[in-house]
Design a protein around this ligand. Structure first.
Ligand code: FES
Length: 174
């Protein structure tokens, strides 16, 4: 029986995830490794900047998919679902960039990528591991300046246009 969200490829189950950086992919890979030990069934886990892939097959059964793989795949799904909801706060920063000459301004053209990275680094330096700063598409506040929204409060920010001031906003994420 197939496992929802997983592809059966060459006698194994495979699934991939995307992230905003490498550190988060590595954290998830580490947790999956522990899960594999608990299941006594060891998947291939590969990751890099912004991506993570898991492949599980049962070697003893001639590299085919067995109940062990399905059970591990479901456990990995549960772990990833929990990981995606375990942040105390999420900051979504608009990186949308419109072409030059577009009618509306866009955050990407006002340096939002650099501002987001400054905020992200600052939150990390403050040890705010339970805060996720990530990119988003247009938040429809294009005329306000580089925009961000903080959840769960749904507080809207217009990011200051210098990197140090953007980094200082991390103080409000404690
Ligand atoms: S382009 Fe950023 S809010 Fe619209």
């Amino acid at each position: 029986m197939p496992v929802s969200g997983w592809d059966e490829v060459d006698g194994g189950l495979e699934r991939s995830w995307s992230f905003d950086d490498m550190a988060e992919a590595a954290r998830c890979a580490q947790r999956i490794a522990v899960l594999c030990d608990e299941h006594d069934h060891h998947a291939d886990v590969t990751f890099g900047w912004g991506h993570l892939k898991v492949r599980t097959t049962t070697h003893d059964a001639g590299h085919t998919v067995t109940g062990k793989d399905r059970a591990l795949a479901e456990a990995v799904d549960a772990l990833m679902a929990e990981a995606s909801t375990s942040f105390r706060k999420h900051v979504f920063v608009c990186l949308h960039e419109r072409p030059e000459g577009a009618q509306r301004p866009s955050c990407g053209r006002r340096g939002s990528t650099e501002l987001m990275m400054a905020l992200k680094r600052s939150a990390k330096a403050m040890g705010l591991g339970d805060v996720r700063v990530q990119k988003s598409g247009c938040l429809d506040r294009c005329e306000e300046g580089p925009s961000a929204v903080v959840y769960p409060e749904a507080t809207w920010w217009t990011l200051p246009d210098d990197v140090e001031a953007a980094a200082a906003l991390a103080e409000h994420l404690r």
